[in-house]
Design a protein around this ligand. Structure first.
Ligand code: DX5
Ligand code: ZN
Length: 219
């Protein structure tokens, strides 16, 4: 069964408290926090996500899954560590060097937080293989990062299969998380390709019954 990490990116501000409560009781496994800096991607969600994390920390029992779509990951990691997240994910493409990426990985691990590395749809699996022994999760973007409500890019499924085979063949303990355009129709295909955690935003928050939708996603 896949775990469900609910993205609150496309949640409407005016209903935020009610929506967060409905998500909390819907059976999701994590809150997925999409942090954007206006540089790595054009949108900037920094202050909004800091505010939501503060609120979730005070009311929620669920773990936070922080997805940093930012260039200056080091300072963002520090800002979000205070919320004691379960996962912090940085982007491979954001690091200027291998050394910088390894520094981010170590910094997150030192704080006993699970480390994820994310790759955009056009980044090849080969580029991430050398980091697998040092991380907990690969977050494969199934849409271009930057906004919610997009359609899943089919070529990303092949990448997930390739990654999943490599992880099995090398007896590694790395989870695969997929993010973007995931819904009741395509979730089985992702699970079969080897995904353990799916991120779902608009397919949950646009639905009438969160609990029902989450149950259908947890297959
Ligand atoms: C995209 C984000 C995703 C996305 C999920 O940049 O990382 O988490 O918004 O939302 P949906 O499920 O609507 O694609
Ligand atoms: Zn995300």
């Amino acid at each position: 069964m896949v775990e469900v990490s609910a993205s609150i990116l496309s949640m409407k501000n005016e209903n935020a408290i009610k929506t967060l409560y409905n998500l909390e009781t819907s059976g999701i496994d994590y809150f997925h926090i999409d942090v954007m800096d206006g540089k790595f991607v054009s949108a900037d969600t920094t202050s909004k996500m800091l505010e939501y994390c503060e609120y979730l920390n005070s009311i929620s029992n669920l773990p936070l899954d922080v997805h940093l779509m930012v260039e200056d990951a080091k300072s963002y990691i520090s800002s979000f560590l205070v919320f004691e997240p379960n996962i912090i994910t940085v982007h491979l493409e954001a690091a200027k060097s291998k050394q910088e990426l390894l520094e981010w990985i170590n910094y997150i691990k030192e704080k006993n937080v699970r480390v994820g590395i994310s790759i955009k749809p056009n980044t090849k699996i080969d580029e991430i293989l050398e980091y697998l022994p040092f991380i907990h999760i690969v977050l494969v973007m199934t849409v271009e990062p930057g906004k919610g409500g997009q359609e899943l890019i089919p070529s990303t499924i092949q990448k997930i299969k390739e990654l999943s085979n490599y992880i099995k063949q090398n007896n590694l303990e790395v989870d695969i998380e997929a993010d973007g355009g995931i819904n009741e129709e395509n979730v089985a295909m992702l699970r079969d390709a080897g995904v353990n955690i799916i991120v779902a935003g608009s397919s949950i928050t646009n639905s009438n019954n969160f609990k029902e939708t989450v149950t259908k996603l947890k297959i």
